[in-house]
Design a protein around this ligand. Structure first.
Ligand SMILES: NC(=O)c1ccc[n+]([C@@H]2O[C@H](COP(=O)([O-])OP(=O)(O)OC[C@H]3O[C@@H](n4cnc5c(N)ncnc54)[C@H](O)[C@@H]3O)[C@@H](O)[C@H]2O)c1
Ligand SMILES: [Zn+2]
Ligand SMILES: [Zn+2]
Length: 376
């Protein structure tokens, strides 16, 4: 079958690889109808992780059940399903407690497993024609038959729940103000979630006009960090409150400031921009190994953090992989009932052969590339 294979920094290729097989009674094989490219894939693509050549990318997967193992009870051939990017066993302590992004059974020695991602276990990604789904009854969420809402449902794999979770982890309550750093897919989903959840004011910070325009289209106030310090711009708009109630880091360690890599720049800004006793949610990725980092500490994921100001202001912060399974059923139902339509972020839909070109453009954040869906 065809699959998107990582070759070297800034290079992926579409190659023939062997089709996945049932390896365990609880597995299912899914014929992929949509697999999205994620900002998280770009960390590997750019060589900013320890990913080795040969990985098949793709953790945002939706499709049709093609085959089921003998132990699968709730799914049948032909069912339309969407999978969280995390893979859980369903019965370890973390899975039982709802922390399915931190499963301790599927990737021995590490809490957390995912498809097609460095360090997240031996699971092949779904930017391919077929995908093996372990513990399929637990990991596959059923969707209405047919092809309705395909673009919206594809975002249930990761970015819609992750944006929603960033808002949750900030401690957000309806009526509050919130600043979201990053207007990539995750930041836009955080802004959209804050909107759905009743934020009184949403600030969206980035440098890319097209992305800020998207944020504006859903009612956020765009803040272009090329036009001055975003913290000052936000403080200037919060009328003596001393900052926003909540902040979200939807950028992570590849943050840039003044055209340079400054891995802690968003965290620094958030601690300054959030008002005393407010909260920060940080879905943006931070890593323990970054070979391309600007200094020795950053290479080990150790970044300067203003703990003094964080303490003085009595802030809280929540971070980590999103436990997608906590949210995907409910967000699916918001899509079905047409309360939510997250697919406004989708900019491109392509065939798998076009993936190398799409990676290149998405990586450069040019030509309106915001969210790319691959239909293999
Ligand atoms: N926690 C999770 O479960 C989870 C899930 C998915 C993605 N992520 C992570 O979330 C982050 C965002 O993902 P994405 O798909 O939106 O990626 P993306 O790279 O498309 O978007 C990031 C955006 O941040 C902007 N940016 C860079 N530096 C900035 C700064 N200093 N201030 C404001 N904006 C800045 C960029 O211009 C870009 O538009 C990534 O780190 C990704 O790995 C985490
Ligand atoms: Zn993703
Ligand atoms: Zn588990």
């Amino acid at each position: 079958m065809k699959a998107v294979v990582y070759k070297e920094p800034f290079k992926v290729a579409v190659e023939d690889v062997s089709r996945p097989k049932i390896q365990h009674a609880n597995d299912a094989i899914v014929r992929i109808s949509t697999s999205a490219i994620c900002g998280s894939d770009l960390h590997m693509y750019e060589g900013r992780t320890s990913a080795k050549p040969g990985i098949v990318f793709g953790h945002e997967n939706l499709g049709i059940i093609e085959e089921v193992g003998s132990g699968v009870t709730d799914l049948k051939i032909g069912d339309r399903v969407v999978m969280p990017f995390n893979i859980g066993c369903g019965h370890c302590r973390n899975c039982e407690e709802g922390n399915t992004g931190f499963c301790t059974n599927l990737n021995p020695g590490f809490a957390g497993a995912a498809y097609g991602y460095v360090g997240m276990g031996p699971f092949m990604g779904g930017q391919a024609e077929y995908l093996r789904v372990p513990y399929a009854d637990f990991n596959a969420l059923k969707l209405p038959a047919g092809d309705s809402h395909e673009k919206d449902f594809a975002l249930l794999t990761d970015i819609f729940p992750t944006g929603w979770d960033g808002v949750t982890r900030s401690g957000f309550k309806p009526g509050e103000t919130i600043a979201i750093f990053g207007a990539g897919p995750v930041g836009l989903m955080a802004a959209y979630s804050a909107k759905l959840r009743g934020a009184s004011k949403i600030f969206s910070v980035d440098i890319h006009r097209e992305r800020l325009d998207k944020a504006k289209s859903i009612g956020a106030i765009p803040i272009n960090r090329d036009e001055g310090d975003p913290v000052e711009q936000i403080l200037g708009e919060t009328e003596g409150e001393g900052g926003v109630d909540r902040g979200v880091d939807a950028v992570g360690y590849q943050a840039a400031a003044s055209g340079k890599d400054v891995p802690n720049s968003v965290l620094m800004s958030l601690v300054k921009a959030v008002r005393p006793t407010g909260g920060i949610g940080a879905p943006g990725l931070y890593v323990t190994e970054d070979p391309g980092a600007p200094d020795e500490y950053a290479k080990q994921g150790v970044l300067p953090f203003p703990i003094g100001m964080f303490f003085e202001k009595g802030l809280t912060m929540g971070t980590g992989q999103c436990n997608v399974k906590r949210y995907n059923r409910y967000l699916r139902d918001l899509i079905i009932s047409e309360v939510a339509k997250p697919s406004f972020v989708v900019s491109h839909e392509i065939k798998i052969d076009e993936a190398p070109n799409a990676y290149e453009k998405f990586d450069k954040r040019i030509e309106g590339y915001i969210k790319v869906l691959i239909h293999p």
